[in-house]
Design a protein around this ligand. Structure first.
Ligand code: RI2
Length: 299
C-alpha cells in the first residue's frame, strides 16, 4: 500500500486536478521528496522498497507525458548510501534540483517564445500550456499588440483555462471551438503549443487535435512553434507507436446514457509529424525537429 501522501497526489494527477506535463512532473518530484522527509522507519532497505512503490504509483497515473517518468527518474537518481538519512538527503536534493531547473526552463523558454511574437501578431494556441501562456503574457508585457485564438480543447476544455489566464493578464483573446481552427487560421500569424512528449525523430505528442491544427497551419504557411522543456524529450521512444496514448473515460465526452448503443472513444493525445513543425523552443535554444536527437544526448 503506498503511503497516503503518495496516493493523494496520484489521485489528483489521475483526475487531472493537477494537470499539464510540466506540473505533473514537478508535483510527482515534490511528493517523493515529501514522502522521504516524512519517512520514520530506520530500515533503509524497506525505505528503498517503499520509495520504488511510491515512484511506480505516481508513474502509473498518466501514461503519455514522459515528463512524469523523467521527473521521477531524476529524483530517484539521487538515491545513494546505506542509511535512511543518506537516501533521504539524496532524494530531497535531487527533487529540489529538478523542480528549480524545471521552473527556470519554463521562464527561459517563455522569453524565447515571446521573442518570436511580433507586434501585431495573431497567435493560435491549443489546450493549456504553462510555458505558452507565460510566453504570450511576456510578449503582451513588452507592449506588443497581440491577439490570441484559444481553442476550446474538447472534452476537458483546458482552452478555458488558457483564455481566462490570458484575459486576466489583459491579453486580447478569443475562444473558438476546435473545429473553427481552419476558419481562423487565415487570420493567424503563428501557432504556439506545448508538448507532453517529444521523440527522437522530431515527432511531437501533445493534446488531441494538435496534429490537425499543425496540418491546417502547414496548409496556410503559418509556422508552428512547440514550447518544451528538455524533460519532455523521451530518451527511449524512437517512433510514436512506442508512446502510449492515454484513453480517458468516455463519460468525459458525453453522459453515456444519452447515447445508448453508441461506441465512444476518448484518446487525449495525438502525434504531430516533424514536417508540420517549424521549430521546438527548449531551454537549450530553438531547434528544428531534426535536431531533437542531438538534444536528447545532452540530457
Ligand atoms: P505544460 C497538457 O496535457 C497539454 O497537452 C499541454 O499542451 C501539455 O500538457 C503541456 O503543458 P493535459 O495534462 O507543461 O492537459 O506546457 O492532458 O504546462
Amino acid at each position: 500500500m503506498p503511503p497516503k501522501i503518495v496516493e493523494e497526489t496520484a489521485n489528483l494527477i489521475s483526475t487531472m486536478e493537477i494537470r499539464g506535463a510540466g506540473k505533473i512532473g514537478r508535483a510527482a518530484a515534490q511528493t517523493l521528496k515529501d514522502f522521504a522527509i516524512g519517512y520514520r522507519d530506520a530500515d533503509h532497505i524497506k525505505f528503498l522498497k517503499e520509495l520504488n512503490t511510491a515512484k511506480e504509483t505516481l508513474l502509473n497515473t498518466r501514461p503519455t507525458a514522459v515528463s512524469l517518468a523523467n521527473a521521477l527518474n531524476a529524483v530517484m537518481s539521487g538515491v545513494k548510501g546505506n542509511s535512511v538519512d543518506e537516501i533521504r538527503n539524496g532524494v530531497v536534493n535531487a527533487a529540489d534540483k529538478f523542480i528549480v531547473q524545471s521552473k527556470k526552463a519554463v521562464e527561459k523558454i517563455a522569453k524565447m517564445a515571446a521573442a518570436k511574437i511580433k507586434d501585431g501578431d495573431s497567435i493560435m494556441t491549443h489546450c493549456n500550456s504553462t510555458v505558452v501562456v507565460k510566453g504570450i503574457i511576456n510578449a503582451h508585457e513588452q507592449d506588443k499588440r497581440i491577439h490570441v485564438f484559444a481553442t476550446e480543447t474538447r472534452p476537458w476544455q483546458q482552452g478555458f483555462i488558457t483564455a481566462r489566464a490570458l484575459a486576466d493578464a489583459g491579453v486580447d483573446v478569443t475562444l473558438i471551438v476546435d473545429s473553427a481552427a481552419r476558419t481562423f487560421m487565415t487570420e493567424t500569424d503563428l501557432v504556439l503549443v506545448g508538448a507532453d512528449t517529444i521523440i527522437s525523430n522530431g515527432t511531437v505528442i501533445n493534446k488531441i487535435g494538435t496534429s490537425q491544427i499543425a496540418l491546417i497551419a502547414h496548409e496556410n504557411n503559418v509556422p508552428v512553434f512547440v514550447c518544451a522543456e528538455s524533460y519532455k524529450f523521451s530518451k527511449t521512444a524512437r517512433t510514436d507507436d512506442q508512446v502510449t496514448i492515454e484513453e480517458r473515460d468516455t463519460s468525459e465526452i458525453v453522459e453515456p446514457s444519452k447515447l445508448k448503443g453508441v461506441k465512444l472513444r476518448n484518446p487525449v493525445f495525438d502525434s504531430t509529424p516533424p514536417k508540420y513543425i517549424k521549430a521546438i523552443i527548449t531551454e537549450y535554444g530553438i531547434i528544428s525537429p531534426s535536431e531533437v536527437r542531438e538534444v536528447i544526448t545532452k540530457i
